[in-house]
Design a protein around this ligand. Structure first.
Ligand code: CTP
Length: 405
């Protein structure tokens, strides 16, 4: 596996019984030509000897945040930045919870909070801890932030129970490391623009026209693009989501602001318009709050907003090589999407059913059809992160192979 040659892996060993497999994991990573530096939590050190890890890694093993000699040699920030990939194996329910909530009370969790590198976790825990809604919610959060995961698998456990929660085997973890390092480069040097969320069109200083878009799908696409090494500008309408790390986020309110921010981000190689842009805005938003009373029915004069997707697709010399739009439909999903692709001049349309029954707006899953010049590809119902990963994989293939039209 040449992906590992010359790479530096920072292995965080937390306190799961599967820690006994770590010397074997270290040996296998080194056999592929990568260097491994280990950080062991206090609980981890009870289950695997730091001395054994030092022997197989050929490097000093770090255990303590406040060791003066350690910090003088290599500070915890440098430790977290010098790696090409951070791997947490085994990742206990406890360390996953700490990662999800930003706790930093030892060296391992501090460097996980400080790192700007991709992180791969190999969960390992008792089946009931694995199935607990808290653990599952923590993993959803972590995946949304671009954390990669390998395993767990199902099988007999050290605690005499059977079920999900066994750490993936060292060879599977090595394969996931290779995949992460390979993927990490697929969009290196590519500039990407993503629009996400709704737009708010002011009626007066306190009221607006908006829609139910959560921004989850657009943000997931931005994260997936950045995960493959793209330089991403995310132009986001008002959403309740945190800014994804490592991405330039431009916050806007209205469609006009969104268009201006997109223009300012050009030139880019790929643009993905996932925002639910308000089609209309109030022609003359009131400067003061509109008062009720007197039996008067206020009238709203609406004007159409510019179409950001169509504007980018028609961009002439500054047109991105690949322009991807979404189609939010409540009926005749594929037919309407085909018509939209033609009308807007984009390369691909990701069509999704946003009828109330589909639960797409605000939900975590999406059933989409990818409409391209070649035809229609209907995907199974997938999580929004998975839709993003699949779409971005195709983007990487299209840009790499020059097949953008
Ligand atoms: N879009 C855009 N600017 C607009 C309206 C839409 O960039 N002013 C983009 C969306 O980001 C999406 C695509 O166009 O990628 C289709 O959006 P959608 O809401 O499905 O379609 P509309 O063009 O608004 O048409 P309609 O509401 O009539 O279905």
């Amino acid at each position: 596996m040449s992906e590992l040659a010359g790479k530096r892996i920072l292995l965080v060993v937390s306190g799961g019984i599967a820690a006994y497999k770590c010397p074997d994991l270290v040996r296998r990573i080194r056999e592929r030509g990568a260097a491994v530096r280990c950080v062991v939590t206090r609980a981890g050190a009870q289950l695997v000897s730091p001395l054994a890890l030092a022997a197989v890694s050929g490097e000093k093993v770090h255990t303590d945040l406040f060791s003066l000699t350690d910090e003088a040699e290599i500070g915890h920030i440098r430790l977290s930045r010098e790696a090409d990939l951070v791997v947490v194996a085994p990742a206990t329910a406890d360390i996953l919870a700490k990662m999800a909530h930003g706790l930093a009370d030892d060296l391992a969790t501090t460097l996980l909070l400080a790192t700007d590198k991709r992180v791969l976790v190999a969960p390992a825990m008792n089946v009931r801890m694995w199935e607990h809604p808290a653990t599952q919610a923590n993993l959803v959060l972590l995946r949304q932030r671009g954390i990669l995961q390998v395993g767990p698998t199902e099988g007999p456990m050290a605690c005499n129970e059977f079920g999900m929660g066994r750490m993936a085997e060292p060879e599977e973890i090595v394969a996931a490391i290779a995949g992460a390092l390979r993927e990490g480069r697929a969009l290196a040097g590519v500039k990407a623009l993503v629009t996400s969320g709704p737009t708010y069109e002011a009626i007066d200083p306190v009221r607006f026209i908006g829609n139910r878009s959560s921004g989850k799908q657009g943000h997931a696409i931005a994260r997936a693009l950045a995960g493959l090494g793209a330089e991403v500008t995310l132009v986001s309408g008002p959403v309740a989501l945190a800014d994804p790390p490592g991405i330039r986020v431009v916050h806007v309110e209205s469609a006009l602001d969104m268009l201006a921010a997109c223009r300012a981000a050009l030139p880019v190689d790929v643009a993905v318009c996932a925002a639910a842009v308000a089609d209309w805005r109030s022609e003359t938003p009131a400067e003061q709050k509109i008062k009720k009373g007197g039996g008067r029915r206020p009238e709203l004069a609406l004007v159409e907003n510019p179409d950001i997707l169509a504007t980018l697709a028609a961009g002439g010399a500054s047109r991105p090589r690949l322009v991807v739009g979404f189609a939010a439909e409540t009926s005749d999903v594929v037919e309407n999407a085909r018509a939209k692709r033609a009308a807007k001049g984009c390369d691909w349309i990701v069509a999704n059913d946003v009828s109330a029954a589909a639960g797409t707006f605000g939900g975590d899953a999406n059933t989409v059809h990818l409409v391209t010049a070649e035809g229609v590809d209907s995907w199974p119902r997938l999580g929004k992160d998975e839709v993003a990963a699949r779409l971005v994989g195709l983007v990487a293939a299209a840009l790499g192979g020059g097949r953008t039209r």
